[in-house]
Ligand binder design. Structure first.
Ligand SMILES: [Zn+2]
Length: 129
């Protein structure tokens, strides 16, 4: 399955050739702050993603295990990469619509913002599942 996507301004684009999993919505504090809200993503092998415009991509090392990729022009939150794991999460909102994907789960719900409830049938976990 081939999917494409981009940041808001189009300076960073990508093509994914992979089996697309369900969307995971992460409610951890890092995702809340870096995206402005819960961050929805799909996790695929790094080597299935081809990124163009990497000169406009800034990687922020957000923890010992991961880094997050942002567009330097428009600030879109595009990627979350597990360092050394061949896994990269792609911001689901940056995928070209229609994605025909569905939400599979919510994670780190104990850290979620206090200003919203999760009104969704997908399972909720207090950890990475
Ligand atoms: Zn951009």
């Amino acid at each position: 399955m081939k999917c494409t996507g981009s940041c808001e301004c189009g300076a960073v684009t990508y093509v994914i050739e992979a089996e697309m999993p369900d969307v995971t919505i992460c409610h951890c504090g890092q995702c809340l702050r870096t995206s402005g809200h819960a961050w929805a993503s799909v996790s695929v092998p790094v080597d299935t993603v081809e990124i163009a415009g990497t000169e406009n991509l800034k990687w922020f090392t957000s923890s010992d295990i991961a880094r997050r990729g942002f567009c330097t022009e428009c600030g879109s939150s595009l990627f979350f990469e597990r360092i050394g794991k061949n896994r990269i999460a792609i911001g689901a909102g940056t995928l070209t619509q229609p994605t025909e994907l569905k939400t599979g789960k919510h994670i780190f719900i104990a850290d979620k913002g206090d200003y919203y409830d999760i009104s969704c049938d997908a399972p909720q976990y207090d950890f990475y599942e």
